[in-house]
Design a protein around this ligand. Structure first.
Ligand code: GLC
Length: 530
């Protein structure tokens, strides 16, 4: 598809490296494990692999606390393993996207170690240090994303440092040009090694209010919410100056061919759009998490698709995400029948889809006994339902004791509750979720209208969500039933089509015209005749 770039027509597959494949029998996944499983990703038909962090790290936040941006943690392997993996990914015609974590380092990073030695350290201003408030407390009221004050007092020099996440993750000071240059060099290190792009962690956090003003109280806060929500994050993130920082990062990628910059951004649609940047010189793909956060209601989703499409800047490329390592599994949230409908939606919407490992076999939240909890967020704010471990469990390859992931007990428990919730079983079963994903990915590759075609809204009612995708002569109608009863959709006069794919196994080729009956949990891709 030479008229679009790979990251526009391709599908991205996210791998959480601790949980994809263990190749050395330590119960934790690694780069060599990913390499061994590449034939599966080729079979499935994804185009790019995004790997969550594998850099040297004390693992306080499982790799999102980086101690060296330019190496591989021994748990995951070596730089040679990385090069082998990268070569094989590219040999297969796929692309490789890394996770870049620029907002904070680990407190063990040599930069922070140097920064904390004295107030005169040359690296002092690489982080955000402030004197205590007059009462000796933290410099302002900001709250950590994982609960508690976002400030940590450091006895040695009598100042506090700021950490938007764990105290083991001090925030870098991106207002300091030296920090920017050092981080650009880290990007170049991987770009020179051949990576095709980055997913940038919490990119909207990089710049904070210059005066570090208190955040206002959130009047809508309710006690069951995370502590962070007690305040409105007016001054601690999404500051106007962040766009300049992102444009500079983008400029580094522009030194190379066809690399992609993806930003992790949890913001409402209108604020999200700013992250495409002036003249589209920001992130190529500011992650669109709307589907992760919204009620599974046809009218609501229809509105948000329209709203998102309308809000996109001219030339801005859309994208959609159904799951990631921070959110509950989609199949758990929707149940197995609607998980199929969700797959069809993700892979027929206009824009780059990102698929989270295991969602293609319908992995659900795996119960974690209290003594096996790993997630630092759950440890900080226990029992409120924030544990991210249940969505990070080992990929279920087969039915064996350790699900084909490892030869020993894995770092998180595996799920044996359903005998067919694994790759081996679902590969054999043409009606499985996995085979539906594979067929959808195939269709998306075959038919340009589905990947790069226009999105045309279609009016529908009740539980029915419908839209069209069109490119040149190709025209498709997508009809989804998000509810549990049969509905009807009336095609416009004279419109005819035939079924290309159905969630419930309706015969491909079935001719449709007039009123279409759409049973509960059905999703149809219909090719229109004229
Ligand atoms: C991002 C990551 C999340 C991590 C946090 C801090 O939101 O996706 O896993 O805990 O940043 O780095």
């Amino acid at each position: 598809m030479s008229d679009t770039l790979w990251w526009q027509h391709g599908t991205i597959y996210q791998i959480y490296p601790r949980s994809f494949q263990d190749s050395n029998g330590d119960g934790i996944g690694d780069l060599e494990g990913i390499r061994q499983r590449l034939p599966y990703l080729i079979w499935l038909g994804v185009d790019a692999v995004w790997i969550s962090p594998f850099y040297p790290s004390p693992m306080a936040d499982f790799g999102y606390d980086v101690a060296d941006y330019c190496d591989v943690d021994p748990i995951f392997g070596t730089l040679e393993d990385f090069d082998r993996l990268s070569a094989d990914i590219h040999k297969a015609g796929m692309k490789l996207i890394l996770d870049f974590v620029p907002n904070h380092t680990s407190d063990r990073h040599p930069w922070f170690q140097e920064s904390r030695i004295s107030r005169d350290s040359p690296k002092r201003d690489w982080y955000i240090w402030r004197d205590p408030a007059p009462d000796g407390g933290p410099p302002n009221n900001w709250i950590s994303n994982f609960g508690g004050s976002a400030w940590q007092f450091d006895e040695a020099t009598g100042q506090y440092y700021y950490h938007a996440f764990l105290k083991e993750q001090p925030d870098l000071n991106w207002r300091n040009p030296e920090v920017r240059w050092a981080m650009h060099d880290a990007l170049r290190f991987w770009l020179d090694r051949g990576v095709d792009g980055f997913r940038v962690d919490v990119i909207w956090h990089l710049i904070k209010d210059a005066d570090l003003r208190d955040n206002p109280i959130n009047p809508a806060y309710e006690p069951h919410q995370r502590e962070l929500n007690r305040l409105l994050e007016v001054h601690s993130c999404d500051q106007p100056e962040v766009h300049e920082v992102i444009a500079e990062m983008r400029a580094v990628l522009e030194e190379y061919d066809e690399r992609v910059l993806i930003g992790e951004i949890y913001l409402p649609i209108e604020r999200l759009m700013a992250y495409y940047g002036d003249d589209l010189k920001g992130a190529h793909l500011p992650f669109n998490f709307q589907l992760l956060q919204s009620a599974w209601d046809a009218r609501h989703i229809d509105n948000l698709i329209r709203e998102y499409e309308t809000a996109l800047p001219e030339g801005g490329w859309p994208n959609w995400v159904l799951g990631n390592h921070d959110q509950a599994r989609i199949a758990d949230r929707l149940g197995p029948a609607q998980a199929r409908v969700a797959a069809l939606l993700l892979l027929t919407l206009r824009g780059t889809p990102t698929l989270y490992y295991g969602d293609e076999i319908g992995m659900v939240q795996v119960p974690i006994p209290p003594e096996r909890v790993q997630d630092p967020w759950e440890k900080n704010e226990p029992g409120l339902g924030f544990n991210r471990d249940p969505a990070r469990t080992p990929m279920q390859w087969d039915e064996s004791a350790h699900v084909g992931f490892s030869t020993v007990e894995p770092w998180l428990p595996v799920d044996h509750r359903e005998s067919n919730r694994n790759v081996a079983a679902q590969k054999q079963d043409r009606s499985s979720l996995l085979c539906l994903y594979k067929r959808l990915l195939e269709l998306r590759r075959e038919r340009k209208a589905l990947s790069i075609g226009r999105y045309v809204p279609v009016t529908a009612e009740g539980d029915i969500l419908a839209f069209r995708r069109e490119h040149d002569e190709e025209r498709f109608l997508i009809v989804l039933n998000l509810g549990s009863t049969t509905h009807r959709l009336m095609l416009d006069e004279g419109v005819r089509g035939h079924v290309v794919l159905s969630c419930l196994g309706r015969e491909a080729g079935d001719e449709l015209s007039g009123t279409i009956e759409i049973p509960a949990n059905e999703g149809l891709v219909v090719e229109l005749a004229d």
